[in-house]
Design a protein around this ligand. Structure first.
Ligand code: SIN
Length: 362
């Protein structure tokens, strides 16, 4: 603060505000009656900025630092002792395995501390489903982990980020939120990581849980829960990212009319350890692609069948003889989430039967 005061005559008002806000955001007087919530920022539209208040597309994602995000929601100090930390600053389609590992390892360290009651992660919405499901499988704590994004940049009229952050912090500080796995809070709704689907490219209510429904709602500073997470998560999984420095290479291949085995062959040649085939209908495999899949399996590449339609169940041997061909059915995971589980499964085993057990369990 002293240094800032010395600079005062040289700064314009807006530059001064910009300089002072981080210092203020970092130094709130902790209220012992409130939960201690850590905000980990990774980028996305929630940290985005446009050139005008009416720009909703074509803005730049991942530019606003965490301290400024928090300073924009002064109401937070009434519901939690909040501190921020910047883990990454990327649009989420640039999220990498390295960042995911860094994030998960940091969450585990923080939640092991008695001084942290919950974690909120700000994230781009494009791949929020994937990161949320990854953390759902590797966080080793029953304390709340809440992920949040925004569909409109902070500079826009009716930006959704500040309210989403506020409700996320309330959820992360809620005693009722313990043991429910990683959650996403947007638009009043609390959605389990496994159930989350981004359904629209632009609308604020893009996130839904169309198959399994919402876990609950946040209303006027209070959480209301109706059910637990559907499958095993966090402390109940066999996955552990402690000390892990990379994730196995797993890719997704889309099935479509008149497709071919070219993509599968190229990915196997490039060193893929696993492939998710996003097949039409009930994850069907065309006659042209089938020999490519059989060759991949013969080369010990794990192949999971998942629905291109994104919603619905794929059971074993459903329109494709998984038993005979050594493939794995993806249950109700959409292709991007099936890729996450397959990566984690491959950190433990390359046996398709074992991997099938994991798909049936998580
Ligand atoms: C991103 O996913 O990082 C950009 C888009 C968004 O957050 O809505």
């Amino acid at each position: 603060m002293k240094k800032l005061l010395a600079l005062l005559p040289m700064l314009s008002f807006s530059a001064l505000l910009t300089a002072v806000q981080p210092a203020l955001a970092q130094a709130p007087a902790a209220n012992p009656a409130l939960p201690n919530i850590k905000i980990l920022a990774t980028g996305g539209t929630i940290a985005g900025a446009g050139v005008s208040s009416t720009q909703y597309a074509g803005y730049q994602a991942a530019v606003t630092p965490v301290d400024k995000l928090l300073a924009a929601v002064p109401e937070l100090s009434k519901v939690a002792n909040v501190t921020g930390e910047q883990i990454a600053q990327v649009a989420s389609h640039n999220m990498t395995g390295d960042i995911l590992l860094k994030l998960a390892q940091r969450v585990n360290v923080l939640l092991a501390s008695k001084d942290v009651d919950g974690v909120v992660i700000t994230h781009g919405t494009n791949t929020l489903e994937e990161s949320a499901y990854f953390l759902n499988l590797v966080v080793k704590s029953s304390k709340p982990v809440v992920m949040v994004g925004a569909m409109r940049p902070g500079t826009s009229m009716s930006a959704d980020g500040p309210m989403n952050i506020f409700r996320s912090v309330i959820t992360a500080g809620s005693k009722d939120a313990h043991g429910r796995g990683v959650m996403v809070v947007m638009n009043d709704q609390i959605i389990g990581a496994r159930d989350l689907h981004k359904t629209d490219t632009m609308t604020v209510d893009t996130f839904k849980a169309p198959v399994f429904g919402y876990l609950g709602f946040v209303v006027d500073g209070k959480t209301h829960f109706y059910k637990p997470a559907a499958r095993k998560h966090t402390t109940a999984t066999e996955f552990d990212v402690t000390g892990l420095t990379s994730l196995p290479k797993v890719d997704i291949v889309l099935g479509y009319e008149d497709d071919s085995r070219t993509a599968i062959d190229a990915l196997v040649a490039a060193g893929a350890k696993g492939i998710v085939h996003a097949g039409a209908g009930t994850a069907s495999v065309s006659a042209a692609v089938q020999p490519g899949i059989l060759d991949a399996v013969a080369r010990k590449v794990a192949v999971v069948r998942s629905p291109r339609a994104s919603l619905g169940i794929i059971t074993r041997n459903m329109e494709f003889d998984d038993d005979k061909f050594g493939t794995i059915s993806g249950d109700t995971l959409n292709p991007p989430k099936a890729r996450i589980l397959l990566m984690l499964a491959l950190t433990k085993t390359s046996d398709p039967k074992e991997i099938q057990r994991m798909f049936d369990m998580y």
